[in-house]
Design a protein around this ligand. Structure first.
Ligand SMILES: [Fe+2]
Length: 147
């Protein structure tokens, strides 16, 4: 999990996903909005793409026939969960609303899940299927690939 602040200034347009259409290389990606300031209503819209969309395609050059969903985080704790190995995503820029001379910000939490790393991987000693001792939790998430 990490916190991502996207900032747009008069001289720089902030893009939450400058890499264009992509997958994060995990099993699930979850994004939660913490706050935004001075952001237009059409800023930071996430598009969800069929896996046939080409990686790196800019948000405004996507094949709309391959878009399977759109979501915009507008309010505190608005959350989106993507099965990362079944869908790609892209995000439009953050645009300042009232005063273009004033900066615009968007703060999100980004959470990834993945299966534990295999033996020999640098993360393997830190991964486990053991439930947390005090707060055990499991989440059943539907998948398009499961029968
Ligand atoms: Fe991503």
């Amino acid at each position: 999990m990490f916190n991502l602040r996207t900032i747009t200034t008069p001289s720089l347009v902030g893009e939450p996903a400058l890499e264009g259409v992509h997958s994060d290389g995990v099993d699930h990606t979850m994004t939660t909005l913490l706050s935004s300031e001075n952001m237009t209503d059409d800023s930071a819209i996430t598009s969800i793409h069929d896996m046939q969309e080409i990686n790196g395609t800019r948000w405004n050059e996507i094949n709309t026939k391959l878009v399977v969903g759109r979501h915009q985080h507008r309010h505190f704790l608005d959350t989106m969960l993507v099965v990362d190995h079944e869908r790609k995503h892209s995000v439009s820029p953050v645009i300042a609303v009232n005063n273009p001379q004033q900066k615009s910000t968007r703060d999100t939490l980004i959470l990834f899940t993945r299966k534990p790393a295999v033996e020999g991987h640098i993360s393997a000693p830190y991964d486990s299927f053991k439930k947390h001792v005090i707060r055990p939790m499991s989440v059943g998430i539907p998948s398009l690939l499961r029968p």
